[in-house]
Design a protein around this ligand. Structure first.
Ligand code: GPK
Length: 844
């Protein structure tokens, strides 16, 4: 209110010491030099680019902190309902450029560091990515944080502070993926704030004793106790003071070391338990789309993952509850003040954990507790692939979390009683819906638990949400009613994925629309105004020139990092994503070989009429995913042969760029003419890079899958290149493969020829690739033999279209113009309104 009493000491003395957000260049240079001198102990004489990056980051961080403090104080005072986004992954990438953009200080910082003898672009390059995620799921979480802050919505993220992010990918001379650790915290991290005073104890193992008083309560004791320590990461909104928080937990031993063992001279035993506590947050699991089963890890590996999940959910819930209790409201009001979003099933243990707290500690009845739980949680599903649905072995859960297993069994009992009541005598249905899957061992089905413990469930694109309703959660729709099962189509933040990565295009858009950047970047539908300029020749030329410069920037990047020369007078064709059979990088590389063979068979005169093309791949494979790694090896070796072939190298070049990351994507995406999103229909839940490419004027070659469909709805089918079978056909085709297989030579001769060349050793020892080729020859679960011919036809249409460059540029402009729907601002507002029931809460 401004009329409040000053809480402590002399108001004027406090205020005189308070820092505001830097405003002009001289504030910034002062802060920079001050940090170089005092925080970093450096001077003009010995400050290198990395040091200068650190000094700039510390100056920016001070500005963020001012806003962050105000935001948190504002929330505490207004006490709005908040949402908590629980995600085991936050794939943030770099922060400095984004922080400066959102603070509105980019120009000032650029000028300031220039005065001090540095070039901002070089400094930005010195920052290491925060890569605490595997792929789309983790990057989506990062986009949603950006949009929540930008739209002034009270959302906090909760995750883990891994010591090691996603592994660094190296490529061996044979073309194999090698993994190296990513020690991203080696240098101090200016973007986090250690909160060593914010800690919680988390228990593992021990015994759970049910009380005999019929209350349903239990006493869980003994076992291992580990401390969770908070590290806060500031999340600035664009052009607003709102700066939200991402709280990451680090594990540490409850006691330094075991004094008894230490005193007895057994130093190893003394530190053993402290090591096992620290191990919990030491590394991000590098598997994507894999329940821990499939990775075939040792039990200890699986146990560590389960411990990560519980450690993080328990600390986060304790923190959320403490904040709520500080308001003095009765516990039954909890769902009016907190919505908890479960990003996939990874945080599902939060459901039995909240039950445990409410029953055992708050002493509520089962029904009261369940009422609160089912009004608090929301669950987003990100895949319908059966191998990706998380299941935990009952004996493992019993060992690590004995009380939670009791609660899960109780939930299951009440749940199945209700199902039986609605569908009497339907034993099959009970078995299908049970939280427990029979078998050796029995397993807990986490998606079922997440579903019944949540207020609402959603998929991430229209088609995917429909598949959730009609396949994996069909029984639950029949039991609970369809209104619980919705859709929120994914989105991406236009700040990072247009303005930051492609500032020339962003400037051209601002100039052309005559709308301030700060307006259209938060109201992306405004891009539609570009449609009026497709017929403006001058505008088209500028549009094309920017794409060309982005290609040259990418070529320079490849030259400096890999020493390879990429030609820029060619179409750039890009597929960048995690390596997975369902994403069908194999289809792409076999298509490249087909093109190569075709070019080889031509006369020079025929060849000269062909479209020149450079094909880029990038992406990591899970370390234990043998077939995916073999695909990388094939790509690398095909590249070696093709790029060295004098007959064809002017027309076809191929690159596998190692160590794909957010930062690499920021260089690749703006340079792309066409990008590939070619999953078997019905397998890619949404995809988000498809949106990023289109936002940057790249056209899309894809299957009728995930968000590709909604992109085509927006931009018009004549502006995308679709191919392949549709989702409803997939089941049938797979049945044919299994029961009436047709030899590949008969079914798809073009593909058979390509496979034979690989086998025969055109790209090195063919025997190496047999296991990969056999996935196609036998079974062909991802339907390459069904889609190959139409894929090749679609590639030919892309070539034809590109030859009419003027028309291509029009398509490119139309595509960008119609991408408004895919801003993550739209998505996060849908969650806020239709799921969490939150209101925008600006800092006043
Ligand atoms: C889905 F199940 C998973 C997973 O383990 N990891 C992951 O990145 C992705 N996802 C989907 O594959 C994408 O289609 C989707 O766009 C993304 O999650 C975000 O929803």
């Amino acid at each position: 209110t401004g009329k409040e009493k000053w809480p402590k000491g002399e108001e004027e003395v406090w205020k005189a010491g308070m820092r505001g957000v830097d405003k002009d260049v001289s504030d910034i240079t002062k802060s920079f030099v001050n940090h170089a001198q005092t925080s970093l102990a450096r001077q003009a004489y010995n400050l290198d680019d990395f040091g200068a990056y650190e000094a700039a980051a510390l100056a920016a961080r001070d500005d963020l902190l001012v806003n962050w403090n105000e935001t948190q104080l504002n929330y505490t005072r207004k006490n709005p309902k908040r949402a908590y986004y629980l995600s085991l992954e936050f794939l943030m990438g770099r922060t400095l450029d984004n922080a400066l953009l959102n603070l509105g200080l980019k120009g000032e910082f650029e000028e300031g560091v220039k005065k001090l003898g540095f070039n901002m672009e070089d400094l930005l390059e010195k920052e290491r990515d925060a890569a605490l995620g595997n792929g789309g799921l983790g990057r989506l979480a990062a986009c949603y944080l950006d949009s929540s802050a930008s739209q002034e919505i009270p959302v906090w993220g909760y995750g883990l502070r891994y010591q090691y992010g996603i592994f660094q990918q190296l490529i061996s001379p044979e073309g194999n993926q090698l993994e190296a650790p990513d020690p991203w915290l080696e240098h101090q991290n200016p973007w986090e704030l250690p909160r060593l005073d914010v800690t919680y104890e988390v228990r593992f193992y021990g015994h759970a004793e049910r009380s005999s008083d019929g209350s349903g309560r239990a006493n869980w004791s003994g076992g291992q106790e580990v401390m969770a320590v908070a590290y806060d990461v500031m999340i600035p909104g664009y052009n607003t003071k709102t700066t939200n928080n991402l709280r990451l937990w680090q594990s540490k031993p409850k006691r330094g070391f075991d004094l008894n063992s230490f005193n007895a001279g057994n130093y190893e035993a003394a530190v053993e338990s402290s090591n096992s506590a620290a191990a919990i947050t030491s590394v991000l699991y590098p598997n994507d789309h894999t329940s821990t089963d499939l990775a075939n890890e040792a039990t200890v590996g699986k146990e560590l993952r389960l411990k990560q999940q519980y450690f993080w959910t328990a600390a986060s819930l304790a923190d959320i509850l403490r904040r709520f209790k500080n308001t003095g409201k009765p516990i039954t009001d909890f769902p009016d003040y907190a919505a908890i979003q479960l990003n996939d099933t990874h945080p599902t243990l939060a459901i039995p954990e909240l039950m445990r707290i409410l029953i055992d500690e708050e002493e509520l009845s089962w029904n009261q507790a369940w009422q609160i739980v089912t009004n608090t949680f929301f669950y987003t599903n990100h895949t319908v692939l059966p191998e990706a649905l998380e299941k935990w072995a009952v004996p493992l859960v019993e060992h690590v979390l004995p009380r939670h297993l009791q609660i899960i069994y109780d939930i299951n009992m009440y749940f199945l009683q209700a199902v039986e009541k609605k569908f009497p005598g339907d034993r099959d249905r009970l078995a299908r819906m049970s939280l427990i899957e029979e078998g050796y061992p029995k397993q807990v089905r986490m998606a079922h638990l997440a579903c019944i413990g949540s207020r609402k469930v959603n998929g991430v694109a229209e088609l995917h949400s429909e598949l959730v309703r009609t396949t994996i959660l069909k029984d639950f729709v029949e039991f609970e009613g369809v209104s619980k099962f919705g859709n929120v189509t994914n989105g991406v933040t236009p700040r990072r994925w247009l303005d930051q990565c492609n500032h020339e295009l962003s400037d051209l858009i601002t100039k052309t629309l005559k709308i301030e950047k700060k307006v259209w970047l938060k109201d992306l539908a405004k891009l539609e105004g570009l449609l009026a300029f497709t017929e403006d020749k001058n505008f088209r030329e500028q549009w094309a020139a920017i794409k060309q410069r982005n290609k040259e920037r990418l070529a320079r990047h490849v030259q400096t990092t890999l020493g390879l020369t990429v030609r820029t007078d060619a179409m750039f064709d890009v597929q960048i994503k995690r390596l997975h059979e369902y994403k069908r990088q194999t289809l792409n590389i076999l298509g490249v070989i087909h093109r190569y063979l075709t070019l080889k068979s031509m006369t020079p005169a025929e060849r000269s009429k062909c479209n020149r093309k450079v094909v880029f791949f990038a992406g990591k494979a899970a370390p234990a995913y043998y077939i995916a790694k073999l695909t990388i090896r094939l790509i690398v070796n095909v590249a070696r042969v093709i790029n060295a072939d004098a007959d064809t190298k002017d027309f076809l070049q191929l690159y596998f760029l190692p160590d794909y990351s957010v930062s690499l994507a920021e260089v690749l995406i703006p340079a792309s003419d066409i990008s590939q999103h070619i999953s078997t229909a019905g397998t890619e839940a949404s995809g988000t890079s498809n949106m990023k490419f289109c936002l940057n004027g790249g056209l899309l070659l894809g299957t009728v899958d995930g968000a590709n469909i909604e992109i085509a709805e927006e931009v018009g089918e004549n502006n995308v290149f679709f191919f392949g079978h549709l989702t409803p056909a997939v089941e049938d085709l797979r049945y044919q493969h299994a029961y009436h297989p047709v030899p590949i030579e008969q079914k798809c001769p073009a593909l058979a020829k390509v496979l034979n060349e690989v086998s025969a050793g055109m790209f090195g020892d063919g025997g190496v690739y047999e296991p990969l080729l056999n996935t196609i020859r036998q079974g062909d679960y991802y339907l390459l033999t069904d889609d190959f011919d139409s894929y090749i036809a679609a590639l030919a249409m892309v070539d034809d279209a590109y030859l009419d460059r003027d028309e291509w540029i029009k398509k490119s402009i139309r595509t960008t113009a119609k991408m408004g729907k895919f801003s993550s601002d739209r998505a996060i507002l849908e969650y806020a309104e239709s799921y969490w029931n939150l209101e925008q809460t600006p800092v006043s």
